[in-house]
Design a protein around this ligand. Structure first.
Ligand code: 6PG
Length: 241
């Protein structure tokens, strides 16, 4: 029985250096997988990574024709809405690289939430097959320990059958579609990108093994990597004044 590999934790100086390190890993995985299936994360942290992937030298290293792009989650808004994760990726990456349109598997945020989730589940089944295994899932960390749109206390966090689910985030008054833990944990590689001092308290708790949503992402047959900057993972003080 393969034991769960230990998470790899890489601490680098800042957002630029973790983004460059992530770009190198994305490119290496893309070259090793044909087809290459990747679920993009949302929020603001990955913007720099996406910009790097769309520019030299990374742009030339990635076999875009065999790359399939998905999302780890999406806000239930139209694709041109400023809150849309697709909108972020389109501006920073999709419009700048030769991906095939049929290989961009957008979550249809403009639909009613249940319809959007059902459509995405069908897309995942068609594109990934029964094993629903992504080659790479990119994830961020919320300051409350959420990841994708798996927020603490939400029913979606308990979903063990459906590959993607609807979630209503009370504190944000926001409907979301999110990949569920079974899908995240089926991935061959999971790469968290975490930047900023506001993430440090949640990151400490997650890495200490607390069952916050991000801490439940432990792919048993996959490699888990945390790329974090110094602000999110400050050196342990010796306790001396
Ligand atoms: C989203 C993301 C979410 C994000 C974290 C961190 O749709 O918002 O999927 O999980 O990764 O909230 O967001 P920032 O990168 O903006 O800090």
């Amino acid at each position: 029985m393969k034991t769960m590999s230990q998470p790899e934790i890489v601490v680098l100086p800042d957002l630029e250096t973790i983004s460059r390190a992530a770009a190198g890993r994305v490119a290496a995985l893309a070259q090793a997988c044909d087809p290459f299936t990747v679920a993009l994360s949302g929020g603001s942290t990955p913007r720099r990574l996406y910009e790097l992937l769309a520019a030299s030298p990374f742009r030339e290293r990635i076999p875009w024709a065999q790359t399939h792009v998905f999302w780890g989650d999406e806000r239930c808004v139209p694709p041109d809405h400023p809150d849309s994760n697709y909108h972020l990726a389109r501006q920073a990456l999709l419009d700048r690289v030769p991906l095939l349109a049929r290989n961009v598997h957008r979550i249809l945020g403009e639909l009613e939430p249940e319809q959007a989730a059902a459509a995405y589940r069908a897309e995942l089944l068609t594109a990934l097959g029964d094993d629903r295994r992504f080659d790479l899932v990119l994830l961020g960390l919320g300051d409350d320990g959420h990841t994708a749109s798996l927020f603490p206390g939400t029913a979606a966090l308990q979903e063990r059958t459906l590959a993607a689910a609807v979630v209503y985030v009370e504190r944000l008054a926001s409907w979301r579609i999110t990949l569920t833990l079974p899908t995240l944990n089926a991935a061959r590689h999971v790469l968290f990108l975490v930047s900023g001092a506001n993430k440090a308290p949640a990151l400490v708790r997650v890495l200490a093994g607390e069952p916050l949503p991000a801490g439940l992402v432990r792919p048993p047959q996959g490699q888990l990597t945390w790329l974090v900057d110094r602000a999110a993972h400050p050196p342990k003080t010796s306790g001396r004044p």
